[in-house]
Design a protein around this ligand. Sequence first.
Ligand SMILES: Cc1ncc(COP(=O)(O)O)c(C=O)c1O
Length: 454
Amino acid sequence: MSWLHETSAEILGRIEEAKEAKAWPFFRPQENVGARVKVGTGSYVNFTSNDYLGLSRDPRVMKAGMKGILDYGTGLGSARPQATSVRHEELERRLAAWLGYEACMTFTTGYQSLVGTLSAFLDDDVTLILDRLCHASIIEGMFLARGEHPDMEVRFFKHNRMKLLEKCLRTSEYDKKMVVAEGYYSVDGDMGPIDEMADLCRKYDAVLIVDDAHGLGALGPTGRGVGEIFGVQADILIGTFSKAFGGIGGFVCGDRDLIDYLMLTARAFMFSATLPVSQVEAAITALDIIETEPQHLRRLHANGDYFRAGLEDLGYDLGDSQGHITPIYLRDEMLTMKFGAYLFHGGDIMMMPFISPGVPPGTERLRCNITASHTRSEMSYALEALAKIGPMLDVLPEGAATRANDLQRFAWLAQHKIRGVQNAGVPYLVHEVTEGAKKAVDYTRRMFNGARED
Ligand SMILES: Cc1ncc(COP(=O)(O)O)c(C=O)c1O
């Protein structure tokens, strides 16, 4: 036994209880992806995916990925300086044109895009100013830079509080200032006020970097993200293919000189293997679809509106969220884990519990991600399940109900099944389906068998 084992044992001991109560929600091995996923013997309505437009399963995107493999194999065998394909350059040209920038470069992940970009520009004479809730990859970029440049200054401002951002800018140690924020916050579902940020950056001569991982492809009238909504062009815009594009990989857009500099200095780009061409081809086709088929975006927005209105009717606390990321704030760690377990075991629904340190203590929540792939019936069913479980866990008052009529409610519960589960002594969901209803469940399941009603 080394100290490595002692370190591991301490952490593992803490999660043992949750595992025993079957409330441990992570690393559940899925057999497929999408709005309905198979885990073990169960089929679950899935609200944990960032595949917002459902493009990961689009036959054209999949076929493009396969073509990439046929043309270039499964990998390019090296990092970009030695392994750039004509298709990488094509994708980068397309993305720059789509977002209105001079140039773009791709990274192997979105995470590396942030780490690589920040660490390449930060220096001992720079003040870095961050929204307190910004993503781990931004924080990691800061840590990496600080290791090499201990004299750089780092300031945080409370989430989206522009007065405090201004204070940071006004009182910064150095003249060179960099502000980094997310466009659409991944677990809060609210947007950074990047119009005000851009104004403040102009006023104090700072550069603005926006990470719009969850907004690009998914927000704005044509999917160009928060920049499109606010009419703002950040100095550098960072995105990922792992959300609305349905794949994996990251990208950075900016002026030609900035991108040329990053291609020679971002170590996460220089010293990590090239994004495979299969993913490049998939991203090009995903971009074709995003640019030419607005119906997917419209559907995402309509689904987001529908689900959000249902949650608001029920009286759930959704914080300041808007759009397709709908956090249900429960503000208690055990309650959040328990709620997730009730949904999973009793309702066949996957919603991700977020607890500290993933989110600040007191803001624990379930994150429900809506996608264009969800049917009305799946979302309505989830709302019914949330209407049942809320009062059980004293989150909603007794008798909380959706606006659905009895017939609709019955159809949704029957179609997707709510089953009662007694597990490890924990009473999960007490289901109300009578013997008669059970027959209807079987009948409805046969009828609907895999069919999507909208
Ligand atoms: C806001 C934000 N930025 C960056 C990333 C990293 O992107 P990727 O998962 O594509 O590496 C994520 C991933 O969840 C994210 O939510």
